[in-house]
Design a protein around this ligand. Structure first.
Ligand SMILES: NC(=O)c1ccc[n+]([C@@H]2O[C@H](COP(=O)([O-])OP(=O)(O)OC[C@H]3O[C@@H](n4cnc5c(N)ncnc54)[C@H](OP(=O)(O)O)[C@@H]3O)[C@@H](O)[C@H]2O)c1
Length: 327
């Protein structure tokens, strides 16, 4: 089969389009013929060797396609079904293997473009807001990197879950419109304006109840300046590549909490939790209440070009890689 293989750690030149063997399945696994897969920020970090992968490896976290083969102990899935999945190894390939716990049926009405783009961003955003921050109706939410894959999804889900005010931050002016179209009530360009004082101004000095922080470094530190009493900052990424410091004095008397979450860890250690999440997010997609914004598409062969777009911070919404021509 064709696949993208990272043969070294480093720049996009390390991604090679190669012929590799179709992977074998274990008893509790499923082989999926991939129609489309998506690019996540984590794939760039993996390419630089920051995700603990061993060389050579196939990048990619999520895929959509058809079940090609099932293991002997798989009872709830059948060959030919349309599915989304979090594969065991990388997803930039014509075939992937996934544990039966991490394969979810999708109806015919859900197109493969949306399906391939959705798994990481919808499952993650739903768990961040519903399970980790435990969002309540009427609360306010600040979403950093609001025009990205997770950002555009989290804004919409926050609104669907009853958030009253959603504020987004973005890296440049062109991204403001995308965050607004996703439902953000206010969008701050954090390269041009101090987002913490602007958030306080927009919330009459109260700060926001929930902050979704995937940027880290100074963005995390400044976020504590605009988190309301009893607020929850959920930290789930460090796209800035820098580390932020949290001071204990910022937490107890204000009753505020800083929480962490990783979908990768949850996929490995508590995959059963994701069934509930699938049951919540797939209906939102099927009913068109949640729209996955796909800003860029490339063929599998051109995965390096897709990585380039994210690294230059030019990405808007999700990036999809087309493995076959089917939509
Ligand atoms: N914890 C988990 O399980 C989990 C799972 C998936 C994703 N994540 C994290 O969630 C975040 C969003 O993921 P995504 O795939 O949807 O990516 P994305 O938001 O579409 O792209 C990353 C964004 O990060 C922002 N950014 C800030 N500083 C940056 C820098 N120095 N270099 C590059 N980008 C920078 C950019 O937005 P602006 O230009 O608007 O700032 C960029 O568009 C990432 O941090 C990712 O690692 C975590």
């Amino acid at each position: 089969m064709k696949a993208i293989l990272a043969t070294e750690f480093g720049g996009t030149e390390c991604l090679k389009y190669k012929d590799v063997d179709i992977p074998e399945i274990e008893n509790d696994e499923v082989l999926i013929k991939v129609v489309k897969t998506s690019v996540n920020f984590a794939d760039i970090k993996a390419r630089y060797g920051k995700k603990g992968a061993t060389l050579p490896f196939i990048p990619g976290l999520d895929a959509a396609g058809y079940i090609e083969k099932i293991g002997s102990s798989v009872s709830e899935l059948q060959v030919g079904q349309r599915v989304i999945a979090f594969p065991k190894k990388g997803s930039y390939a014509e075939y992937v293997v996934a544990s039966d716990k991490l394969v979810f049926l999708i109806p015919d009405s859900l197109d493969f473009r949306t399906a391939a783009a959705c798994p990481t961003v919808t499952f993650l955003s739903h768990r961040l807001l519903y399970n980790i921050a435990q969002i309540q109706k009427g609360e306010s939410v600040l979403v950093h990197a609001a025009a990205g894959g997770v950002g555009t999804t989290a804004i919409q889900l926050a609104k669907l879950m009853g958030a009253e005010k959603v504020i987004g931050t973005v890296g440049n002016k062109e991204k403001v419109k995308i965050a607004e179209e996703s439902g953000a009530d206010f969008v701050i360009c954090y390269e041009e304006e101090e987002f913490d004082s602007k958030v306080n101004e927009l919330t009459e000095g109260q700060g926001v109840d929930i902050i979704l922080d995937s940027v880290s470094g100074s963005v995390t530190e400044k976020s504590l300046n605009c988190l309301a009493p009893y607020g929850r900052l959920v930290h789930f990424g460090n796209s800035s590549g820098t580390i932020g410091k949290i001071k204990t004095i910022d937490l107890h008397s204000s009753c505020r909490a800083v929480l962490g979450f990783s979908l990768g860890t949850t996929r490995k250690q508590k995959p059963h939790l994701l069934k509930e999440t699938a049951g919540a997010v797939i209906p939102y997609l099927v009913n068109n209440q949640l729209k996955i914004i796909v800003g860029h598409e490339f063929t599998l062969k051109d995965a390096a070009k897709a990585h380039d777009v994210i690294e230059k911070r030019l990405n808007i919404g999700k990036i999809v890689l087309n493995v076959t021509d089917e939509d």
